[in-house]
Write a protein that binds this ligand. Structure first.
Ligand SMILES: Cc1cc2nc3c(=O)[nH]c(=O)nc-3n(C[C@H](O)[C@H](O)[C@H](O)COP(=O)(O)OP(=O)(O)OC[C@H]3O[C@@H](n4cnc5c(N)ncnc54)[C@H](O)[C@@H]3O)c2cc1C
Length: 466
């Protein structure tokens, strides 16, 4: 039989593996297939991270991982037929693409007399399990979270499978081999790909940082978050393992709450797959954005992408993304708000750009976080919340350490000028041309956004009267 690994690239607390190995005299082949079509859509940093994860997983399996290359449906079925497998085990997928693929695989396997057995999920609680008592799914986080807590989640299995329990490798596709040999384009120390290193780093986080997580997590300069999102993205660790290590510790419940945001967005996407790229709240279809092909919008968008907006906190976030493939959560919120509400660009444009650059890019978390900022998604707060980039900067990066790390032009100026360098320019502390002037006036753009929201309400109201 086969264990087909996808977003569960680990040996510990892997329930698909456990199910396959539980059968008496089980001959189990672990299998991973690179899909070139999917790789094309994946950011270079994310696919490089994935290659590192697969390489380390193969190492943990003592070189027993069967590595394939091609369309997963055809490739997996051919492999199953070749080795005479009667069963294929896998962790259940919940993304629209994953579910469609699994339906096709399941059908083809069944046609060949092979069972396809799906179980568990990459989440604390599988999407779809928590529903409102009155029926239907949760569209707002807090009640979802309360229901999830009272439902509870399982403890992780306390075993790491011995690689000797798996059969020797019989397949190593030439292209997969070549792909694994490619060089890394991410920081391996910051984003470890080996499960034991991820868990070790997480234990250090629990020991040293968890107790001040609830406040520290908001500050991009203090590095007070777990930076475990890339590992979660590919299942190098399961969130159960993290929740287990965090629970009972000071700050643990705040941390677990954040893990539930990940679960929450996965269940929103499961229940409304179209919301990956469409407004969850259709009222927002009426909102007017600037014309994306218009020259001014295009050049502003380009400035946002490159971190040249003249708003230091925005630029720091965007440059951190370009340099590392990762961005702090607070900066993700500020940069997203700036694109949508200061530059009047639709959230989908920003979400796509993030997916092209994030090492942890995940459709549910990314696109629903973007919708959260846009106000068109699951946010229970008023949709007209608009982040002021200078105030956010003063509040969450008071000494400007984060800005100075990523915006080198401002590294030497006194911290009091760093949030708004115009005064430093006037005083000649930095040259006029060394750092861009703000590409827009926040106060003005905020007003425009508020007017457009107001108009949207009017249009919707008059439409609903018809
Ligand atoms: C515009 C925008 C886009 C985002 N895109 C992604 C994305 O593509 N992939 C992704 O994993 N997260 C995304 N997030 C959520 C969040 O920014 C990252 O999960 C977090 O910054 C990862 O860093 P960490 O592991 O140090 O987080 P920690 O604070 O240590 O949190 C631990 C884990 O909890 C989960 N988590 C925390 N906050 C959130 C959140 N707001 N939404 C969902 N899960 C959360 C993540 O899995 C995270 O790894 C996005 C947020 C915004 C505002």
């Amino acid at each position: 039989m086969i264990v087909w690994l996808r977003r569960d690239l680990r040996l510990s607390d892997n329930r698909a593996m456990a199910a396959a190995l539980s059968l008496p005299d089980a001959v189990v082949y672990p299998y991973f297939v690179f899909s070139p079509k999917l790789l094309e859509k994946t950011s270079p940093v994310r696919s490089s991270y994935l290659a590192g994860v697969v390489r380390d997983l193969d190492g943990d399996l003592d070189g027993r991982l069967n590595l394939d290359w091609g369309d997963p449906v055809g490739s997996l079925v051919s492999f199953a037929l070749e080795i005479g497998a009667t069963k294929v085990y896998a962790t259940k997928e919940f993304s629209p693409l994953g579910r469609t693929r699994d339906e096709a695989v399941g059908l083809k396997l069944r046609l060949n007399g092979i069972q396809f057995l799906l179980g568990d999920s990459p989440y604390l609680i599988s999407p779809g399990k928590i529903n409102r008592q009155s029926g239907g799914w949760y569209k707002v986080f807090t009640p979802y979270y309360r229901a999830a807590l009272s439902h509870g989640f399982e403890l992780p299995f306390d075993i790491r499978f011995d690689p000797n329990r798996f059969s020797n490798r019989v397949l190593f596709h030439r292209q997969a081999e070549a792909y694994l040999e490619g060089s890394d384009c991410f920081d391996r120390k910051r984003f470890p790909t080996k499960a034991s290193f991820v868990l070790e780093a997480f234990s250090t986080f629990v020991e040293e940082k968890l107790s001040h997580y609830s406040i520290g997590r908001n500050s991009p300069s203090t590095e007070n978050t777990s930076v475990v999102s890339p590992a979660l993205r590919f299942g190098v660790v399961h969130p159960r393992q993290l929740a287990y290590l965090a629970s009972g510790q000071e700050g643990g419940s705040d941390y677990i709450r954040e893990l539930f945001w990940r679960d929450f967005y996965a269940q929103v996407l499961l229940n409304n797959p179209e919301s990956a790229w469409k407004n969850l709240n259709e009222q927002f279809d009426q909102l007017v954005y600037d014309e994306i092909d218009e020259a001014t919008t295009r050049s502003r968008l380009q400035a946002w992408k490159l971190g040249l907006t003249g708003y230091p906190i925005v630029d720091a976030g965007m440059r951190q993304l370009l340099a590392t493939g990762w961005m702090h959560n607070r900066s993700r919120m500020i940069t997203a708000s700036f694109l949508i509400k200061d530059l009047h660009v639709p959230w989908q444009v920003g979400a796509r750009y993030f997916m092209e650059h994030l090492i942890d890019g995940d459709l549910a978390s990314n696109n629903h976080s973007w919708q959260w900022v846009a106000g068109s998604g699951t946010d229970a707060a008023p949709y007209f919340r608009i982040f002021n980039p200078v105030l956010q900067s003063k509040k969450f990066d008071p000494n400007g350490d984060y800005i100075k790390t990523w915006v080198k032009e401002l590294a030497e100026i006194p911290s009091r000028f760093v949030h708004d360098p115009s005064e430093a320019k006037r005083l000649g502390l930095i040259g006029e041309a060394s750092y861009p002037s703000p590409i827009v006036d926040h106060a003005l753009e905020r007003q425009i956004t508020l007017e457009r929201y107001e108009a949207m309400k009017v249009v919707t109201a008059s439409n609903s009267d018809e």
